[in-house]
Design a binder for this molecule. Structure first.
Ligand SMILES: *Cc1c(COP(=O)(O)O)cnc(C)c1O
Length: 376
């Protein structure tokens, strides 16, 4: 049996090596390293795949979030609502732009932002909501969009963990994660569901004006070379990354299906283990399992992690500390106990290996050992 990895990029690369090597060689041969044809092709292919009008490739997912907020013309002091149970990037860019991050609790079943908590956090200074489609399942976008419309707020989807997931609207129509809000961000970090071999990201929007603004922001605020109309940043996706992403985009649905198959295996194996709550799958979204995250109950998850490590099985805690308890974001507005669902999750979750190359043999080995630990 191959050694089990949290994310097995090596095994995945082995299967697409000839195509990837050729595509990288092509970029080397053309030396069009920045803004080469691969970037434009990826942009078009992503627009088609997602069914969105505009894709703006950029340097990483954090930049994508930051530029989305810059393009919306948000002003220092404006309040942005986001989930307390997430990766730090969301709050980081809000703070960097001198906006005010307002964190709210999540739903204990879906790990996604709770609609009631958002509603309670809205003030006259609120300008936007940033739902994070955590671990690969969409937040409740119909309700979030309705709330945003009622209060005249922007919705910026953080789709960094959910590319390829389908949201199913109340009317039965489906839309890809990241195509529902006013603007969305995704990441092509190597371990993401659509990952490149370095850093990368993209912004999605259906709004022509916003797209034009975003293209300028990503390129030093210029439309015409050396004429700078607004203050921008330098955030580009390079051609080699785009070349790799074009190959992997063609396989994205297959990759997400492989993740779902591994998740099904885990679900089945842990069905009768009361100490483990398997991920709750909602009716209005497909799940692309960026992570497979269990909520433990009545066991010492760190001991479980240690036991698994001794059997060469990696397991991770995503995320151990809620945003409002992070040193950089400690704020007199918040105290321990404010967000009971998030705080309970941070103390009880554990994520098992999840990637496109897990074999049944590996899955059996992992689940057998998890169960052996619990049954003692
Ligand atoms: C990965 C991630 C980001 C940041 O993406 P980078 O490309 O690493 O900058 C932002 N938000 C979430 C939820 C993520 O998972």
């Amino acid at each position: 049996m191959e050694k089990i990895q949290m994310v097995d990029l090596k095994a995945q690369y082995a299967k697409i090596k000839p195509e990837v090597d050729q595509a990288i060689q092509n970029v080397l041969d053309t030396t069009a390293f920045i803004n080469g044809p691969e970037v434009k092709d990826l942009q078009r292919e992503l627009e088609t795949y997602l069914g969105v009008k505009h894709v703006i490739p950029c340097a990483n997912g954090t930049d994508a979030l930051q530029m989305a907020m810059m393009a919306l013309g948000l002003k220092p002091g404006d309040e942005i609502i986001t989930a307390s149970f997430t990766f730090v990037a969301t709050a980081e860019v809000i703070a960097l732009l001198q906006l005010v991050p307002v964190v709210v609790d999540v739903d204990p079943d879906t790990f996604n932002v709770s609609i009631d908590s958002i509603e309670k956090a809205i003030t006259p200074r609120t300008k936007a909501i940033v739902p994070v489609h955590l671990f690969g399942q969409c937040a409740d976008m119909d309700k979030i969009m309705a709330l945003a419309a009622k209060h005249n707020l922007f919705v910026i989807e953080d789709a960094c963990q959910a590319i390829g997931a389908d949201y199913i609207h109340a009317n039965g129509k489906t839309a890809k994660a990241g195509t529902i809000g006013h603007v969305s961000a995704t990441s092509f970090f190597p371990s993401k569901n659509l990952g490149c071999y370095g850093d990368g990201g993209a912004i999605f929007t259906n709004d022509d004006e916003l797209a034009a603004q975003l293209r300028m922001i990503a390129n030093h605020g210029m439309k015409v070379r050396y004429y700078h109309d607004i203050i921008g940043v330098n955030s580009r996706l390079d051609s080699m990354q785009a070349a790799v992403l074009r190959i992997k985009l063609r396989k994205l649905d297959e990759y997400n299906a492989a993740r779902r198959k591994a998740a099904d295996y885990y679900d089945q194996a842990f069905r009768d283990i009361p100490q483990l709550k398997t991920p709750v799958r909602v009716k209005n979204s497909t799940h692309v399992f960026h992570q497979y995250t269990l909520v433990t109950n009545g066991i010492d998850r760190l001991k479980l992690q240690e036991f698994l490590a001794s059997k060469d099985i990696p397991a991770m805690i995503y995320y151990p500390v809620p945003l409002h308890m992070q040193k950089a974001y400690l704020d007199s507005r918040y105290k321990e106990g404010d967000f009971p669902n998030t705080e309970a999750l941070c103390k009880s979750v554990i994520s098992l290996p999840m990637h496109t190359e897990l074999t049944d043999e590996q899955l059996k080995y992992i689940t057998d050992h998890v169960i052996a630990f619990i049954r003692g």
